[in-house]
Design a protein around this ligand. Structure first.
Ligand SMILES: Cc1ncc(COP(=O)(O)O)c(C=O)c1O
Ligand SMILES: [Zn+2]
Length: 408
């Protein structure tokens, strides 16, 4: 690792704690690809038997390893999505199920690296603000390392995510306000109390954990690069992390081309889409049932827009109804139960495919970023209620006739 480069002003610096010392922009980690080319090869990876994010330790920003969380993060399944592909008219569609991480979301990739970094720095207390998943991930992965976590969440965060936080032993501070307000309070707390802060975008290392998803995609696809990668976007850090991963492997000569990145946002939480299309990053209402991507002012917006531009990608927005439909479709066609933000990517893919933005033969990846059990209340909105009957066979017969249950 050579140092950092500011996304906003381009300043290069060897040392930094969080953001750019000159302009306050987010920092990108700069790598010595020339040196890494000798070490990170297809052959070395083929021989590596570590089926987790730690197989990519050479590309992680830790100099002295002092331990990693016990829970296994990464190397999540990549499914060939035949039935979903058929429904959308796509013959080479792949679904990466990142809800299969230990705390059930993509955020574990970032939490794992942040926890290892905290250990390296000798920190004892880690803090973070989150719509829920980044926090529950940080709490989960800190627990086995004996790190204390102090977490800020909006009071409306889904119950399952709060339950995870409390179960993993975090001090949970529910803020009477939005995610954005929780984020700002958490930054002030860091300054005031000196805790280690993993906040998205603010901490330059979360992106370095998130990029491991792209490394896995490259390996799982047999070193064939996808044409398009669809991902749900709130702050934009997953998007910029995925893009970083593809760029790392391209710079190392492991991939011979790069994919187009596609940002999927909820209709009223679409600041990245607007910034990409108009050039101005402005706060929006952030309202959506997909709580994980409910963001007013994206904290990694500049990096996300850059990823879309550099990759010649584009952005799509979807309604809450389209997200609920995508949850049903992902579950019923591919057996993957996604939380709303996890299925928004699928909703975006459906929209883009209908507009002809995806060629039928494009190698297309859709990333499902969170498991549906994280937010059962929203899931129930997508599916309605079960049939309620007395434990009586005649009642069942009546129901079977009415609902035509015996029809194949
Ligand atoms: C399930 C899920 N999907 C997507 C996102 C969006 O990630 P980002 O905020 O980095 O854009 C999040 C972030 O919390 C998430 O938890
Ligand atoms: Zn700067």
């Amino acid at each position: 690792m050579l140092g950092f480069r500011c996304f906003r002003c381009g300043l290069e610096t060897e040392r930094a704690e969080y953001v750019c010392p000159s302009c306050g922009g987010n920092l990108d980690v700069v790598w010595d690809y020339k040196a890494l080319r000798k070490k990170v090869t297809r052959k070395a990876l083929a021989e590596n038997k570590d089926w987790s994010v730690w197989r990519y330790k050479d590309l992680m920003p830790i100099r002295r390893w002092r331990g990693v969380p016990t829970a296994r993060v990464g190397w999540t399944p990549l499914y060939k999505a035949e039935r979903l592909g058929e429904a959308l008219g796509l013959s080479d569609l792949w679904l990466k199920d990142d809800g299969r991480n230990p705390s059930a979301s993509f955020k574990d990739r970032a939490g794992a690296v942040a926890a290892a970094k905290a250990l390296e720095l000798g920190e004892r207390i880690v803090t973070g603000a989150s719509t829920g998943n980044a926090a529950s991930s940080m709490a989960c992965l800190s627990a086995s390392l004996g790190l204390k976590t102090i977490i800020f969440v909006p009071e409306k965060a889904p119950a399952a995510k709060i339950a995870q936080l409390l179960m993993f032993g975090s001090s949970v501070i529910a803020v009477k306000g939005s995610y954005d307000q929780a984020f700002d309070l958490c930054l002030k707390a860091t300054e005031r109390f000196g805790w280690y802060n993993r906040n998205t975008g603010h901490n330059p290392f979360t992106r370095e954990g998130k990029k491991t998803c792209s490394f896995e995609l490259a390996e799982q696809l047999g070193w064939r690069c996808p044409d398009q990668v669809f991902v749900s976007v709130g702050d934009g850090n997953i998007l910029s992390g995925l893009w970083k991963g593809f760029k790392d492997f391209f710079a190392l000569g492991l991939l011979d081309r790069l994919p187009r990145m596609v940002a999927v946002q909820a209709r009223h939480s679409d600041a990245v889409k607007r910034a990409f299309e108009t050039g101005v990053l402005r706060p929006v209402s952030g309202e959506t049932l997909a709580d994980s991507i409910s963001v007013s002012l994206p904290r990694d917006g500049e990096a996300a827009v850059k990823a879309l531009k550099e990759s010649k990608g584009y952005a799509v927005s979807v309604t809450d109804e389209e997200i609920l439909a995508a949850m049903r479709e992902t579950a019923r066609r591919e057996s993957v139960f996604a939380e709303p933000a996890g299925a928004a990517s699928v909703a975006g893919l459906r929209k883009a495919a209908a507009k002809g933005l995806v060629k039928p033969s494009d190698k297309t990846v859709v990333v499902v970023t969170g498991n549906g059990l994280k937010d059962v209340a929203s899931a129930m909105k997508a599916v309605g209620k079960p049939h309620l009957i007395e434990p009586d066979i005649r009642e069942l017969e009546k129901l079977a006739a009415k609902e035509r249950l015996c029809r194949r």
